[in-house]
Design a protein around this ligand. Structure first.
Ligand SMILES: [Zn+2]
Length: 452
């Protein structure tokens, strides 16, 4: 069997045996041609043939982002001269959690990505009849969001128009928000695809221009957490522009996948779209697989790659994974059924442990808040002895009254996080310069940079 069947639910047993077969082949390749894992297997005395299937993965140590970022070239299989091994493209990690790290796609991998993108579309209900507005920005370094959305359209036979926001300014090829909104309206898309906070800016701009988006039926979002409240706001804004039924299709993307785990229906869990290419698992701090229903650290194992190969790689998320059939669509292959948080999202402020994600969700839910950003800083800049403080900047929705929103934010944060913030009003563009950044930075800790 070369791939799992399209259009039919995947049987978990068939998935497991295909994954085992692919993993054995991967172990043979890494033992001979992968500088990092070849050395690691030798140093630790691990027999690659002992890894007979995914159940044996705990024989291998976990790989962290820092291991990969320190020597990305050592995670690339040495090419053999086979056309399948030829370098096709390079994508970088986004760098929101670490320095951008290159991920190498061989020609074989690029074709696998096209398969994964077609599967994502199949699972979330995107078809060749769709007209996609790719609203990911053109980033300075090649990044999987913008490029792969275009490749998805190619694999699907759908049409695509690109917003082309971007910060570099090189050769004047990127577009500003008003131009993006005009282009989106003119192309009458069925699907808007991008980061939730940027989609919101585009929808607001279309409304400001008096434009209509009557054909939009799906908002495909990725790149930052999209709470049910955010999804409702986005769907409501789209309906206000003339759309009828709007589905917000959430996704858990990762550069190391060059695709995303997607929902078959809202709240249905993030499905592994290509279990013959990827194995996902939640593990505890010692690297042991979590019992069913128990949260753990999300790991990724590449099962059939020719460029960059990662085994038991920690993606940096704490999740619950289910390996049974999805109760909604019947697919096996692994689903993230609960997303808990990114690892390391907590920091101490005024002696209190503060989770930046909890803080963000809390502020976002206060009525009248359009954009928000929290900053932790020394009360006197660059003087750690002055003590630290939490500042929450908010931009308001049209018609909201700062005299109501500011105290409401202060009270909500104090209740949820047990730290009383200073609340400041700013413009949406000051908080999130939508023409320049891929996504807003919701939480800044200036104490760290002040120490350097
Ligand atoms: Zn499903």
């Amino acid at each position: 069997m070369s791939a799992l069947p399209s259009g039919r639910p995947w049987d978990p047993d068939a998935v497991a045996s295909l994954q085992d077969e692919r993993l054995r082949a991967t172990m043979r390749r890494v033992a001979s041609r992968h500088p990092y894992y070849r050395d690691l297997l030798r140093e630790r005395g691990i027999d690659p043939d002992a890894v007979r299937g995914t159940a044996d993965l705990p024989l291998l140590p976990l790989t962290g982002k820092a291991d990969f970022a320190a020597a990305p070239e050592r995670f690339r299989l040495e090419p053999t001269g086979d056309p399948a091994d030829q370098l096709w493209d390079i994508a970088y990690t986004s760098g929101s959690t670490s320095t951008p790290t290159p991920i190498y796609q061989a020609a074989y991998d690029f074709h696998a990505i096209l398969l994964a993108q077609r599967r994502m579309a199949e699972i979330r209900g995107m078809t060749s009849a769709d007209r996609i507005a790719n609203l990911y920005p053109l980033t300075p370094q090649p990044h999987g969001a913008w490029t792969r959305a275009n490749h998805a359209a190619a694999a699907l036979g759908a049409s695509v128009v690109c917003g082309m926001s971007g910060a570099t300014g090189w050769f004047g090829v990127s577009r500003r928000l008003p131009e993006v909104a005009e282009l989106v309206v003119a192309s009458d898309p069925t699907t808007l695809w991008g980061v939730p906070s940027y989609l919101r800016r585009v929808l607001d701009e279309v409304a400001r221009q008096g434009g209509r988006l009557p054909s939009v039926r799906m908002l495909a979002v990725s790149g930052e957490p999209c709470t049910p409240e955010t999804a409702d706001v986005l769907a409501g804004l789209t309906r206000d522009l003339g759309a009828r039924e709007v589905v917000v299709s959430n996704s858990l993307g990762a550069s190391e996948l060059q695709c995303g785990l997607v929902e078959c229906e809202p709240g249905g869990g993030f499905h592994n779209p290509a279990p013959e290419l990827f194995h996902i698992e939640a593990v505890d701090d010692d690297g042991r697989p979590c019992a069913p229903g128990t949260p753990g650290r999300l790991t990724l194992t590449h099962l059939d790659r020719r460029g960059t190969v990662l085994l038991r790689y920690l993606l940096g998320d704490v999740v619950t994974v289910d390996h049974g059939r999805c109760p909604h669509c019947g697919r096996g292959g692994g689903r993230v059924v609960a997303y808990h948080h990114r690892t390391g999202s907590a920091t101490k402020v005024r002696g209190q442990l503060l989770d930046g994600q909890v803080l963000g969700r809390t502020v976002e839910r206060v009525p009248g808040v359009l954009e928000h950003r929290a900053t932790v800083r020394w009360t006197v800049p660059s003087d750690p002895l002055s003590g630290d403080e939490l500042v929450v900047a908010v931009a308001l929705t049209a018609g909201a009254d700062a005299r109501e929103v500011v105290p409401a934010v202060r009270t909500a944060v104090k209740r949820a996080c047990r730290v009383t913030p200073l609340v400041e009003v700013a413009t949406a563009d000051e908080i999130f310069p939508a023409d320049e950044r891929m996504k807003p930075r919701r939480f800044l800790d200036e104490r760290a940079s002040a120490n350097r």
